[in-house]
Design a protein around this ligand. Sequence first.
Ligand code: BGC
Length: 745
Amino acid sequence: MALCGFVALAACTHQAQEADGRDAEIESRIESLLSKMTLEEKLGQMNQISSFGGSIDEMHDLIAKGEIGSILNEVDAKRINQIQKIAVEESRLGIPILMSRDVIHGFKTIFPIPIGQAATFDTAVVYSGARVAAIEATSTGIRWTFSPMVDIARDPRWGRLAEGYGEDPYLTSVMGAATVKGYQTDNLSDPTAMAACAKHFVGYGAAEGGRDYNSTYITERQLRNVYLPSFKASSDAGAATFMTSFNDNDGVPSTGNKFVLKDVLRDEWKFDGFVVTDWASASEMINHGFCADSYDAAVKSVKAGVDMEMVSYTFVKQLPEAIKRGDVSMSDIDNAVRNILRIKFRLGLFDNPYTDEARSAKELYADSHLLEAKKAATEAAILLKNDGVLPLTDKVKSVAIVGPMADAKHDQMGTWVFDGEKDHTVTPLAAIKELVGNKVNVVYEPGLTYSRDNNKAGITKAVNAARKADVVLAFVGEESILSGEAHCLANIDLQGAQKELIDALSKVGKPLVTVIISGRPLTIADEVQKSAAVLFNFHPGTMGGPAIADLLWGKAVPSGKLPMTFPKYVGQIPIYYAHNNTGRPVEGNEVLINDIPLEAGQTSLGCRSFYLDAGWEPLFPFGYGLSYTTFEYSDITLSSNSLTTNETLKVSFKLKNTGSVEGTEVAQLYVRDKVGSVTRPIKELKRFARVTLKPGETKDVVFELPVSDLAFWNIDMKYVVEPGDFDLWVAGDSQSGKPISFNVK
Ligand code: BGC
């Protein structure tokens, strides 16, 4: 202790931890501050406003009175420092403001939309995407982002699936956790660290009919088995904040749902950050018909466990009266303020409230950021079909580039981009020209000017260009604005006249490579059938063009896998791989609609659960994606076929590259719990690994799976591993491989 001088003493105490893992020094600073705060100042901390770069003068008095805890939508370092100066120097207690922004898949350097990042099955890439976003955003003073979105999405009509990691709880959990770590690092007080916000808590992705904001009806068991694990993973990864969701589940809007906000989040998970409402979701409980007025909304939000209100001001206006009446207690308020101050302290805002204004010039669009974004876009691309035309070789001397997404600088960035600038986007057209130089004649004839374009006049020109080319590259898909919040679709075919464009090009007789750039899975069975190859990209961001060009010419090899099942028809939705079995399984003995004889007598058609006009299979299953090479799985062996619940199963196998180019396979481990106290999914992803192999190379791969990872919420609503028989598969997608059995005692 003698070594702890004045400065070092602070460090020594700083490291002192309370029994619950909290920092003792921070906790005592919180208590000391709290004891000095007036009610108005406390409610100020619970109040978030959105300024959108509006007049600082108008905010000045509120900030100086300590009545604003957080500001949303400021993005300029000078302004942010000016605002912070008012809070720190002019307010009575000098509490800094937490500056926040939706930085969803990059700040300036835009990465693939999160569903695309999920397709990489690469947590390192997802981590670095979040790191780059945090470095860039914090250079302007933003220290809190509303990401990751870890909502499970099993409905491609829902526009917001673009912001999350797809249909699978495990994939979403690990990707969400990597994102949290990327934003926050292990030291939230680092000036490049940004507080994460796990959203939208909870069940939002299950909106009925895939219509945004719609009601959900998720039972507690399904909530716990499917929708909560990704949030738990974010909490375990240290996510500083959570955001409530807009939906009501079984009649209770999330912002007023004590069960999820207190019983689960606080009591079970021991979350000690703070909870913010979604945009005006406190006052929206009035629209839901769950609250009579804004007084009721404020009371119900705080009683349920909300700490900060985003933009609807019911807290500042109504809570003083609620305290007088005893509907809310001072300790409810104090707890909320503690949670908020804790994050401000952990961010180091009290000690270092200002941002270094020189940083952004060096950090925005840094070369290393663009390289990371290109790597992410490269790994995110999914090869859905290839009859051998890809990769393009030196023999290809001319290409026709057609379609509305070939040169769509704005639209390849994807949804939820507020700060990325389209002038920095490199499109496929530009990147291909750059890559092939004068070795290949590139003719650009878009045919349609944007994805919803119904004007077919240009299609003839595109067809003529196709006739003269060795290979046709058709870039189709969706504009950014067709996915994201409040942008849901009932029809997920290609929009506008894009189907006609592909149809016309397919009749030219030249190899047709269809490159799709979209915010969601699409129903593209026809286009897949008509194309020689299909490369699917969820909106790939700033560097999508160079990534796609490299992939088309074989400078890179596709390795992305689908994070969501692709349906053949919208009518198959919801369709996801981890469904429970009914008493009448889905597979086998299918008689489709045209196989039924006229005036057939009543028959149950094999007693299977399928559609007469679509069968049971999706267009492409979860986990699917091709490469320019092929892989062979062999010698799958288990460390034991009989384990106890505290053992770890080791699944070893050989993975061989059986083709002629180097490639990366995403090996996937699925498990089925054969008999449970409740019915169980037919398969669940438990592990995955990206394995890079040279031609002919074989690697030994081992998945380690603690048996405790087979636990689920059972008939007694207990999280347990139920002993019994299990099957496992090691394969390149959720529909391949042969089951191997093991038993848990
Ligand atoms: C969205 C959130 C977002 C918030 C703040 C809401 O409309 O649902 O995801 O973080 O706005 O912009």
